[in-house]
Ligand binder design. Structure first.
Ligand code: FES
Length: 205
């Protein structure tokens, strides 16, 4: 009889993968983050629906799909959900509302693609870099990169991967702010996990 180990036997010699996340707490739905003083404060923990939002209203939401730990080493991330005026380039990525005039879109505000700060959605502002007045854009507080949520384009990230983003308008970020594709399930907004590679930077993957 041969003394060679079979593949299953070899696998049993390897240490089991480290699992930190509680699988009971995983969810691919987008749930409101508790943020005091916001319009969605009372909705904390509830799953977001498009009818909750007015046009150009944003909310920070939690996303914790089970695939996240394996891909990014993180149990959950915070995204920003915004109801924006609809543009053709969003059709594949967001959820339409208001007769097709508006779109729910999710943006990866957990990490700026520059040095990993957290961009925020601003309804109005004046750029400290260019002096330009702007409305309804993402601003990174650390080095003032600004991203346009209405301009969804393809960029190439630092690892050469194509990624769909909210276009970088100004500032030192190397490319735009990645989006998370959405689907709707029984009226609830759900983030899809087939594009997790778009989120792999700043120590995530
Ligand atoms: S970390 Fe966002 S601009 Fe530098």
């Amino acid at each position: 009889m041969s003394g060679a180990l079979t593949v299953p036997a070899l696998k049993s010699l390897l240490p089991p993968p480290v699992i930190r996340c509680n699988s009971d707490e995983a969810h691919d739905t987008l749930t409101y983050k508790g943020e005091s003083g916001t319009w969605y404060e009372s909705l904390e923990g509830k799953v977001a629906r498009k009818e909750d939002f007015q046009l150009n209203q944003s909310a920070m939401i939690m996303w914790a799909p089970k695939e996240l730990e394996e891909e990014l080493g993180s149990c959950n991330v915070v995204l920003t959900l915004v109801k924006v005026p609809a543009e053709d380039a969003m059709a594949e990525w967001g959820i339409p509302d208001d007769g097709g005039n508006a779109m729910m879109m999710a943006y990866h505000t957990y990490k700026c693609p520059h040095l990993c700060c957290k961009p925020v959605f601003k309804n109005k502002g004046v750029s400290s870099l260019s002096g330009d007045a702007y409305e309804n854009m993402f601003l990174c507080p650390c080095h003032l990169s600004r991203f346009d949520p209405l301009s969804i384009i393809e960029n190439i990230d630092e690892k050469g991967r194509p990624v769909m983003v909210a276009e970088l308008i100004e500032g030192p970020a190397p490319y735009g702010l990645p989006i998370v594709p959405l689907v709707e399930r029984d009226g609830e907004l759900v983030g899809t996990t087939d594009k997790l590679e778009w989120l792999k930077y700043c120590g995530l993957g």
